[in-house]
Design a protein around this ligand. Structure first.
Ligand SMILES: Cc1ncc(COP(=O)(O)O)c(C=O)c1O
Length: 496
């Protein structure tokens, strides 16, 4: 064997590097949690990052140096000043399960290659389905992200409700789904991927708190049909991406039942509340959904990617892909082999080689139990409320809405007292948006705090996702101080 090959697989080196690396990661985690990093976001321009990583490859680093360099150049989610995107700080046991998954490299597409992974996946699906108050008929699978889960759900919806056999004949009708104007772009993307074009999404306006105007559904449905579109489904948002708002799921369920439509809930962000007795009522009505997307890698302490697509009627989960792959699923064999083949997950998922992602969430459910996930959901919701209170009590700041989830949208409108951005008629919206963009950009380059921005009704707002349970009001206050300072500096610069 080539010496390079032998060296790459050296067990002794693996053991030594592994010990070193776990120490390194544990130290980094400790520093991150205590906020001792330089900041949550070590900003680099794309040009300098490309150059740095090209140059670094020339140095033939050892694995320890490589890890250190990647850690130093990456967003530190364990830093309590991280309040950026929806991904979570994974629980250490789930991170270690990720290492196990990569070590085993067993796929979970076909049962015989993924016995442990498939069984763990079934366990996770059953536990979650019970929280939706579904019975044993429910089923589902894990898949690589909420985007793919939403597309898979809509493929199942098409198979169940379209008047044409689209899988066989191709799409020849103008199909569409009803969805709120706040829905994640993956729903729009799914419709376009299925060949429905722009009209594949029929937007339902949102009202107070960015929730779908369910009262408008009948009229929009009628109009769409008279314009020649065949509506097959309604997608309800259980936690919109921008504001974490929950649609009126019972209202949508009733409308779907009355009109023979598929009811999909995009709960990628917020279906996690089903794990919390305190917050579960936000997804009242989910029991009537035909399918639900939920991301464990958002509020539920699991590393990316780990999403589930669940079906109230498990048979529906076989509707999506009606294809044969003989080398995978084979001919009829013995009764035992045929029974095992019923568990071949790739029959139902997009993935062919499917990562054993179940280990990441199963580890938490088995080692810590569901109360851990409940505690996390409760804690993050509480943090969002604490933050919202701080914002509401600060002169010059404005909340987009009282948070329903762990997402808080707000902005600095200067004020009432110095009148820079407000006049007697109210806000100068465009000036506030311009200022908000500047502040977010300055914060990013400063790198201490990491937050993002979103657009609500055409205006720019700051958006924080309280995803790190170690964030306290001290970091929230320091963020608001920083925003205020940066905004005042930007306004002064504009005046000069
Ligand atoms: C409501 C909603 N749906 C779907 C998605 C897509 O999920 P993923 O990033 O796991 O593909 C997101 C992600 O932000 C989301 O917030």
């Amino acid at each position: 064997m080539d010496t390079k090959l032998r060296e790459a697989y050296s067990v002794d080196k693996f053991r030594a590097s592994g010990h070193r690396i776990i120490d390194l990661l544990a130290d980094h985690l400790q520093q991150g949690l205590s906020g001792n990093q330089h900041g949550a976001l070590p900003w680099r321009s794309p040009e300098s990052a490309m150059q740095e990583w090209t140059d670094f490859a020339q140095t033939s680093p050892d694995i320890g140096t490589f890890f250190q360099r990647v850690l130093a150049g990456s967003v530190c989610i364990s830093d309590p000043r991280y309040m950026g995107h929806q991904v979570c700080l994974p629980a250490p046991d789930a991170m270690l399960a990720g290492l196990l998954v990569d070590y085993l490299n067993n796929g979970s597409g076909v049962y015989e290659m993924g016995m442990a992974g498939t069984a763990m996946e079934q366990f996770v699906i059953r536990q979650t389905a019970k929280l939706f108050a579904w019975n044993d008929a429910a089923d589902g699978f894990l898949t690589s992200g909420g985007t793919l889960a939403n597309l898979t759900a809509l493929l199942a919806a098409r198979s169940a409700k379209s008047s044409n056999n689209d899988w066989k004949n191709g799409t020849c009708k103008s199909l569409s789904v009803l969805v709120s104007d706040q829905a994640h772009y993956s729903v729009d993307r799914a419709a376009r991927i299925m060949g429905w074009g722009e009209a594949g999404i029929t937007r339902v306006p949102t009202g107070a708190n960015f929730r779908m105007r369910v009262d408008l559904l009948p009229e929009i449905f009628r109009n769409s049909r008279s314009e020649g579109r065949e509506i097959i489904a309604v997608v309800g948002c259980a936690g919109t991406t921008s504001t974490g708002s929950f649609d009126d799921l019972p209202g949508i369920a009733e409308f779907c039942a009355a009109n023979n439509l598929w009811f999909h809930v995009d709960g990628a962000h917020g279906a996690a509340v089903a794990f919390s007795r305190r917050h579960r009522s936000l997804v009242d009505g989910i029991a009537m959904a035909d399918s639900v997307t939920i991301d464990f890698h958002k509020m539920l302490m699991t590393p990316v990617l780990c999403s589930a697509l669940l079906f109230r009627n498990g048979q529906d989960s076989f509707r999506t892909f009606q294809l044969e792959a003989d080398y995978l699923f084979g001919e009829k064999q013995s009764p035992q082999a045929d029974c095992a083949a019923r568990y071949d997950l790739a029959k139902r998922t997009f993935e062919c080689t499917k990562a054993m992602m179940s280990a990441k969430i199963y580890s938490l459910m088995a080692i810590h139990g569901l109360p851990l996930l409940e505690a996390q959901v409760d804690h993050l919701h509480n943090l969002a409320n604490v933050f919202a209170k701080l914002i509401a009590n600060r002169p010059g700041f404005q909340l987009a809405m009282q948070p329903q989830s762990n997402i808080v949208c707000f902005r600095y409108v200067a004020n009432a007292t110095n009148g820079w951005l407000m006049n007697s008629q109210g806000c100068h919206e465009d000036a506030i948006s311009a200022l908000t963009l500047k502040v977010r950009q300055a914060l990013t380059q400063e790198g201490k705090h990491y937050i993002v921005q979103t657009k609500l009704r055409g205006q720019v707002w700051l958006r924080c996702v309280l995803t790190n349970p170690f964030t306290t009001s001290a970091e929230m206050e320091s963020l608001l101080d920083a925003i205020q300072q940066l905004a005042n500096k930007a306004m002064l610069a504009d005046k000069q």
